[in-house]
Design a protein around this ligand. Structure first.
Ligand SMILES: *Cc1c(COP(=O)(O)O)cnc(C)c1O
Length: 484
């Protein structure tokens, strides 16, 4: 293989993607052995920088044989850990197509159009209404940062300060969220100059929802000492338990204290499609900003979240140095004769990314494939999986339901005989589950107790897989606590 002579690159996508596709289908069908157990097979990858290239053939061979089979088990149908799973097939293909056909979201292409179309569809799907306008970014972390950047701009410009231009000007600001908040809220506060310590962590109630009395107390205490309430951040589906904060009450308190109201629905916003829990999203329309991660419950490839606000002018003020002449609806394709005549909707002015892939096509592909009813069916099935685990945990003498599931997360544990520490048994149980079976879940702490925590968003799972999880937890727990 002579790799050292320069040859212009041409496409061989049909052949290479076909081969890669066959490899991907295989790892989804067969449970691959864990990479760590197979490390002698990929240890060889840590070579010095090659002086001469292996050429396309040599590189694809290495990719398919030495790399592809040794990825994560999170893609497998029996994986329900964290809020991470394998992307479904169609949006993954859409992402590859976009990477080549329209590597940037800008200029007048079908991909630029689908950026906007899919944001509007997503807003409608998740019950946000037509007035909410969005922008994509790489994930919930960035989406929260963008939303809280808007909050900072809005709150301080109301006090005659332009924080994007001149900083905070000494104003003491605080953000209010629950103890179950995602840590990216604190990180956003750090990045935005508000300070992580100025994020007030409000207590949660017995259902793991933000306690509104405690929220009011925190707001009042700050206002009494001259601190300006910047934003109230409520979760529509916390990462740990899937609890939905009381959105109406939190939103009304935000209004009362002149603060921005942000709803973090990175994981749980699509849960509104399940009619059994839709009422828990009451008050969502009070939100000044909302985020959702299509790479969570919608099963897009990792790297896509959306921030929605009422008017993107506020994002423009917060994130661009360009003249502030952006008005919602001002963009028009008049006078555009060819795609390169215009950049299209100026997403680069609404966040922190300039170069950015065309991500909307992934969401468009998902919603075109499934429609609203198809997404609803997936969400309902995932919620059903969590409820099934809850029912089994309630009924079985050696299981314990630790929290009624709201969405698709169920917190439960094995109940060992009296005199045995349940935390210790469940920690050992989880380790054995991960080491000895093809079942993958994670854990959290609920009211001081270590609990098992499957999060069902995996589109490849079946009911039999979920049954196997419960049966296996019982079997391992029994084995761990059997008298010897
Ligand atoms: C996952 C998650 C985030 C962070 O999103 P990333 O896409 O992982 O950056 C923020 N908030 C909540 C509630 C989440 O579940």
């Amino acid at each position: 293989m002579t790799g050292h002579e320069y040859r212009p690159e041409t496409g061989a996508f049909e052949e290479l993607l076909g081969a890669a596709g066959a490899g991907l289908d295989r790892i989804l069908r067969e449970v691959p052995d864990d990479p760590v157990r197979q490390h002698e097979r990929w240890d060889g990858l840590a070579t010095p920088l090659p002086e001469t290239g292996a050429g396309t053939d040599g590189a694809i061979e290495a990719l398919l044989n030495d790399v592809l089979p040794f990825g994560t088990r999170l893609t497998h149908p029996r994986s329900w850990a964290f809020i991470t799973t394998g992307p479904s097939t169609l949006p993954t293909v859409a992402a590859v197509v976009a990477n080549v056909a329209a590597p940037q979201r800008y200029t007048m292409t079908a991909f630029n159009l689908l950026e906007e179309v899919s944001l509007d569809w997503l807003a409608e799907l998740c019950g946000l209404g037509e007035h909410m306008k969005g922008v994509y970014s790489s994930g919930g972390s960035t989406a929260n940062l963008v939303a809280l950047g808007a909050a900072r701009q809005w709150t301080l410009s109301g006090r005659g300060i332009d924080p994007a231009a001149s900083g905070l000007d000494g104003t003491q600001l605080a953000i209010y969220t629950s103890t179950r908040t995602h840590h990216t809220v604190q990180r956003s506060a750090g990045v935005l100059g508000i300070g992580r310590r100025n994020v007030r962590l409000v207590a949660v109630d017995a259902d793991e929802r933000m306690d509104l009395e405690a929220l009011r107390d925190a707001l009042e205490a700050d206002v009494a000492t001259g601190v300006v309430p910047l934003a109230v951040v409520a979760a529509a589906g916390t990462t740990d338990t899937g609890a939905i904060d009381p959105l109406r009450g939190a939103g009304e308190l935000a209004r009362e204290f002149g603060a921005w109201f942000h709803v973090d629905g990175a994981y749980g916003l699509p849960g509104i499609l399940d009619e059994r829990v839709a009422h828990l999203y009451d008050g969502l329309e009070l939100a000044d900003s909302v985020i959702v991660d299509p790479h969570k419950w919608l099963n897009a490839p990792v790297g896509i979240a959306a921030t929605f606000v009422r008017d993107r002018a506020i994002l423009h003020d917060a994130f661009t140095q360009e003249p502030a002449e952006y008005l919602e609806g001002s963009f028009s394709a008049a006078d555009v004769a060819v795609s390169l005549d215009s950049i299209g909707v100026p997403y680069q002015d609404f966040g922190v990314e300039l170069s950015s892939p065309s991500r909307g096509v992934q969401v468009w592909a998902i919603l075109t494939e499934l429609g609203r009813e198809g997404v609803r069916a997936r969400v309902v099935q995932d919620d059903d999986f969590a409820r099934y685990v809850a029912d089994r945990a309630r009924e079985h003498p050696r299981l314990e339901l630790m929290l009624e599931p709201t969405l698709s997360i169920c917190c439960f544990r094995y109940r060992p005989p009296a005199g045995t520490d349940p935390d210790e048994v469940n920690q050992l149980l989880l380790r054995r589950l991960l080491r000895e079976t093809d079942l993958v879940i994670s854990a959290t702490v609920v009211r001081g107790a270590f609990v098992l925590r499957p999060c069902f968003i995996n589109p490849r799972s079946t009911h039999a897989d979920v049954e196997a999880l419960v049966d296996t937890v019982i079997a391992i727990g029994d084995d761990l606590t059997a008298p010897d």
